[in-house]
Design a protein around this ligand. Structure first.
Ligand SMILES: Nc1nc2c(ncn2[C@@H]2O[C@H](COP(=O)(O)OP(=O)(O)OP(=O)(O)O)[C@@H](O)[C@H]2O)c(=O)[nH]1
Ligand SMILES: [Mg+2]
Length: 447
């Protein structure tokens, strides 16, 4: 399968002891694996550079191990390498939807026509196939057999040599009968892409399909870039199906090369059988090749950990209502260099000393402990920190693995935020006079 060495590399990374060395090791192995899969060297270098940069510049959100966080960066960058997070739109936007399949000889057009017919039939569409390959002997019979296997009618004129006329008539035939999806199989007589694209334009000009789909054999690896970019330039609305991903070690190269052209890969073929066609979802694809079944869960955690102040939070702060959740969010944003201070500086007459000295290293350590302490609090304690007495302090510090002193310092921090919040409430009229409304404040706090 494609990039099947990646799972092992990810596993080694997760199991290794030392974070820094394992990151370097991981990056090196990742490069090797991608290049082995024929991904273009420049793309590989760009990718690993980006991963390293992000790992150096960004901070893991609280509640996430550095390792998980690093893997989430790798995941995101790999998803971009293979076309970005968006799942392709495969639902026909209108009826009938006429699809013209083109591609080099033997790339898998006819097989894919059958697979697509099956796919759309299962989705509840009425599908018709048009056999417009008049070049290959037995092309009509091949498609006819596939159509029969999936219970989809095939239009063809076995004796005719006029592919364009068959295509036009076939589309008309199914259109009149009210079919939803009409798929046209064409000849792959070309070995050269120039000829192919010229003929594609010719047929497309006369058949006027809604979508032109280029069928590419994955075993051409990164050479797919040439064909795909020419195709994409000629038919920017077209899409691409990469076949035979199951039968080559170069799949990674083909997929990334196509993605690099900006063309959209909609499906991939993963076998000879009629149901071996998948919607190409880069996120799922990358999750699979990384061997991270629970990746969605991990990313959910990353997202949750990147807390931001909501409108409601801002409102609460301005109303003098605070709780530990808000402190938590502020601690997180303080890590990104005190947005709270930024606001305080803008408000004349507000004489509050910053509760936290923004001195990076000790702050960072303090923050780690505070966040751990907050994570050990009950809901009641989060909503109403006033209830935290001596014995609760003990329990929280024990649960978080920090000193009771740290928890006490956190409570002081909470008191400070509360007092700022109270002052803010008093300053609200003044704020209004300055033309700073709650919305703008909210934006400031988040920035
Ligand atoms: N393993 C594997 N084989 C495939 C896949 N798609 C197509 N094939 C095989 O590739 C060969 C060529 O497939 P066709 O569908 O006939 O290709 P074509 O583009 O229509 O060929 P021409 O019409 O001659 O240009 C057949 O043996 C198919 O079974 C795939 O996803 N995986
Ligand atoms: Mg064919």
């Amino acid at each position: 399968m494609v990039l099947d060495g990646l799972r092992r590399i990810v596993r080694n990374f997760i199991e290794s002891r030392e974070y820094e060395t394992s990151v370097n090791e991981f990056v090196k192995e990742l490069q090797k694996e991608l290049i082995r899969s024929d991904v273009n060297v420049r793309l590989v270098m760009d990718l690993t550079k980006k991963i390293k940069e992000r790992a150096a510049e960004e901070r893991p959100p609280p509640g996430l191990t550095r390792r998980d966080w690093f893997l989430s960066i790798v995941y995101e960058q790999l998803v971009n390498l293979f076309g970005g997070p968006e799942r392709p739109q495969v639902k026909p936007p209108k009826k009938p939807w006429v699809v013209l399949l083109v591609g080099l000889q033997g790339s898998g057009k006819t097989t894919t026509a059958g697979k697509l017919a099956y796919f759309y039939k299962l989705e509840g569409y009425k599908v018709g196939l048009v056999a417009a390959d008049t070049f290959r002997p037995g092309a009509y019979e091949q498609l006819k057999t596939l159509g029969e296997a999936v219970g989809v009618p095939v239009y063809g004129e076995p004796g005719s040599k006029d592919a364009v006329s068959i295509a036009v008539k076939g589309v008309e035939f199914f259109r009149e009968k009210g079919f939803d999806v009409i798929i046209i199989d064409t000849a792959g007589r070309h070995h050269r892409e120039e000829d192919l694209l010229a003929e594609m334009e010719d047929i497309a000009g006369r058949v006027r399909p809604d979508e032109v789909v280029l069928v590419l054999d994955a075993s051409i690896g990164q050479q797919a870039f040439e064909v795909a970019s020419k195709f994409h330039n000629k038919t920017p609305v077209g899409s691409i199906i990469v076949t035979k991903l199951d039968g080559t070690a170069k799949g990674g190269g083909a997929l990334s090369a196509v993605a690099a052209t900006g063309a959209r890969i909609k499906f991939v073929g993963t076998g000879e059988k009629i149901d071996e066609l998948e919607v190409f979802d880069p996120k799922r694809f990358v999750a699979r090749i990384m061997g991270l079944g629970d990746l969605e869960g991990l990313l959910e955690r990353v997202k949750k950990a990147k807390v931001e102040l909501s409108e409601k939070d801002v409102e609460d702060i301005l109303e003098g209502r605070v709780n530990m959740r808000i402190v938590y969010k502020q601690l997180v944003s303080l890590r990104k260099m005190g947005p709270l201070r930024k606001i305080l500086e803008m408000i004349p007459g507000l004489q509050v000393r910053m509760p936290v000295e923004v001195d990076s290293k000790t702050l960072e350590e303090k923050m780690e402990k505070w966040l751990a302490a907050i994570n050990s609090m009950t809901y009641e304690e989060l909503d109403n920190p006033e209830v935290i007495d001596k014995s609760r302090v003990k329990r929280i510090s024990y649960g978080a693995g920090v000193d009771p002193e740290d928890v006490k310092a956190l409570l002081k921090q909470y008191e400070a935020v509360k007092s700022i919040s109270k002052q803010l409430k008093r300053q609200k009229n003044l704020l209004a006079k300055m033309g700073l409304d709650t919305k703008k404040l909210g934006e400031l706090m988040k920035s």
